[in-house]
Design a protein around this ligand. Structure first.
Ligand code: CAA
Length: 252
C-alpha cells in the first residue's frame, strides 16, 4: 500500500459481469477501493442494483460511467475518478462482448462491435490513466484476454482477433512503462461459468467442454485470484506475461 493513510484504488471495467464481479470482490475483500464501470446512463439502475448486492455482502464498491468503446466517455470517466481519488493503482480491462457467427455470415457490425469494445476499449480506458500511473511510480494493468485469443475459435474471428490483439498491446506497453513501476499483464481465461459462456448453444458448449482436460468450466473466482495476484504490490517483477487459466484446454 502507498502509506497507511492511502488505500489502493482499483478500476474494473465491466465489473458487474460474471468475471468482473468475482474480480471486484477479490480486491474489495483485500481492502482496495474498488470502482466498476457501467456502460451508459440507461445501465445505471442495473449497476446500482448490483452495487446494493455487493453492499449486502459488506463490500463497498463505487461506480463510474464509461463506455469503453467510446474514447470521450472514457476520458470523462477517468477525469471523474481521478478527481474523486487522486490516483489509480490497478486497472483491470475486463469489459468484453461476443457476437459469435461463422465468418461467411458475420456482418460488418458484428466485427466492429467486438473490435471496438474488446480491443479499442483496452486502449480507450488505459490511455487517460497512464500518465497518472507513471507520475505516481506505481501501476498494475491486467488485461483480460481469452484462450480463444491464443488458439482461435470456430465462430469467433472477431473475438479471437480482438483477444489476440490484447496480448500484443500488453507486451508493447509493458516495455514502455517497465522502468516506472507499472506492470502490464494478460490473463487468458478458458471457459468459465458466466452468462457469456452459458449463452453458447448447449450442443456447442458440450463439445467445447469435452476439450477441457479438467472436465469442467472454471469458477470465476479461479480467474479472479490470478488477476489479484498479478495486481499485488509484490508482483513487481512480472510484466508482459500471459497467464492461462483454462483447465488445460490449450497449452503453449
Ligand atoms: N469445429 C468444426 N466445425 C464446427 C464447430 C467446430 N468447433 N462448430 C460447429 N461446426 C460445424 C457444425 O457441425 C456445422 O456443420 P454442418 O454444416 O456440416 O452441419 C457447421 O459448423 C455450422 O454450425 P452451426 O449449425 O452451429 O452454425 P450456426 O451458424 O448455427 O452457429 C456458431 C455457429 C455461432 C459458431 C455456433 O456454433 C457457436 O456459438 N459456437 C460456439 C462459439 C464459442 O465457443 N463461443 C465462445 C463464447 S464464450 C467466450 O468467448 C468466453 C471466452 O473467452 C472463452
Amino acid at each position: 500500500m502507498p502509506d497507511s493513510e492511502t488505500t489502493r484504488v482499483a478500476l474494473v471495467t465491466g465489473g458487474y459481469g460474471g468475471l468482473g464481479t468475482a474480480i471486484c470482490k477479490s480486491f474489495a475483500r483485500d481492502g482496495y477501493q474498488v470502482v466498476s464501470t457501467y456502460r451508459s446512463p440507461e445501465r445505471k439502475e442495473h449497476a446500482l442494483e448490483w452495487q446494493r448486492t455487493m453492499a449486502s455482502d459488506g463490500l463497498s464498491i463505487e461506480l463510474v460511467c464509461m463506455d469503453v468503446s467510446d474514447p470521450e466517455s472514457c476520458q470523462q470517466g477517468a477525469k471523474e475518478l481521478l478527481e474523486r481519488y487522486g490516483r489509480l493503482d490497478v486497472l483491470v480491462n475486463n469489459a468484453g462482448i461476443t457476437r459469435d457467427s461463422v465468418m461467411k455470415k458475420m456482418t460488418v457490425k458484428q466485427w466492429h462491435d467486438v473490435i471496438h469494445t474488446n480491443l479499442d476499449g483496452v486502449f480507450n480506458v488505459t490511455h487517460p490513466f497512464l500518465n497518472q500511473m507513471l507520475e505516481q511510480g506505481f501501476g498494475r494493468i491486467v488485461n483480460i484476454s481469452s484462450v480463444n485469443g491464443q488458439k482461435g475459435q470456430f465462430g469467433q474471428v472477431n473475438y479471437s482477433a480482438a483477444k489476440a490483439g490484447i496480448h500484443g498491446f500488453t507486451k508493447a506497453l509493458a516495455q514502455e512503462v517497465a522502468r516506472k513501476g507499472v506492470t502490464v499483464n494478460t490473463v487468458s481465461p478458458g471457459y468459465a461459468a458466466t452468462d457469456m459462456v452459458m449463452s453458447v448453444p448447449e450442443e456447442a458448449r458440450e463439445k467445447i467442454l469435452s476439450q477441457v482436460p479438467i472436465g469442467r468450466l472454471a469458477q470465476p473466482e479461479e480467474v479472479a485470484r490470478v488477476v489479484r495476484f498479478l495486481a499485488d504490490d509484490e508482483s513487481a517483477f512480472i510484466t508482459g506475461a500471459d497467464y492461462s487459466v483454462n483447465g488445460g484446454m490449450h497449452m503453449h
